[in-house]
Design a binder for this molecule. Structure first.
Ligand code: 5RP
Length: 226
């Protein structure tokens, strides 16, 4: 069933529901993507209304948006997030596939360092099992070797191509991204551990056992706690 107002309205409800958790004085991890952007905009409005918070962005995109809406910024050198609010490409039992925006390396660092990690998603992201391709960020020189290791683990890697630029997507960290098709992932924790152990892999998009809450936007918002 379609959410009233469509998918964008569902994303907005999820983002605003998570932004409501932010209290005065908090440090907030600012996720990447269109759903997290709704949370960032809501926080910007709260800052305008007098809320005192600082944000730690997870990407060039979230940093630019936070600056545009007036959220003061800080870094992990100075503080750790009380809460991180971030989107996902797929959610199953609180485990996530992320990396649709190729920001998963910084997202993982910021989300994992937060006291509370809140995921925001619309209903289309919910699944019984994770089965989307897993984004693997790799050092450019390591790509052929990472491809071999992904194939040995049963995956089918494809170098992510840029749009409106010839050649591959280059991440905010100067690396390349392989989208790795594994079919339905029976053992997300096992696959996450094997990918993390491949030399040259900077970060993969499996976020296993990390989320504390998932705010799922539809006609309203349902909250799953883990
Ligand atoms: C970026 C991400 C995003 O959070 C994910 O792709 C979801 O984006 P959106 O809310 O636009 O669907 O992981 O790397």
């Amino acid at each position: 069933m379609k959410a009233s107002g469509g998918r964008e309205a569902a994303k907005r409800r999820a983002g605003e529901s998570a932004a409501d958790l932010v209290e005065d004085g908090m440090i907030v991890g600012l996720g990447t993507g269109s759903t997290a952007a709704h949370a960032i905009r809501a926080l910007g409005r709260a800052v305008d209304a007098g809320l005192n918070v600082s944000g730690i962005p997870t990407s060039y995109q979230s940093r630019a948006l936070a600056r545009e809406v007036g959220i003061p910024l800080t870094t992990l050198d100075a503080a750790r997030p009380d809460i991180a609010i971030d989107g996902a490409d797929q959610v199953a039992d609180g485990d996530l596939i992320k990396g649709g925006g190729a920001a998963h390396a910084r997202e993982k660092v910021v989300d994992a360092s937060a006291d509370r990690f809140v995921v925001v998603a619309d209903e289309t992201k919910r699944a019984a099992a994770l089965d989307r391709p897993v984004a693997v960020e790799a050092l450019p020189d390591a790509v052929p070797v990472v491809e071999d290791r992904v194939a040995a683990a049963g995956g089918d890697p494809a170098l992510r191509s840029a749009e409106r630029k010839d050649g591959p997507v280059v991440t905010d960290n100067g690396n390349l991204v392989l989208d790795c098709e594994f079919g339905a992932i029976d053992d997300p924790a096992g696959l996450a551990a094997s990918l993390a152990g491949v030399p040259g892999v900077v970060a993969h998009g499996l976020f296993v056992g990390m989320a504390d809450e998932v705010h799922v936007g539809g006609d309203g918002v349902s909250v799953e706690r883990y």
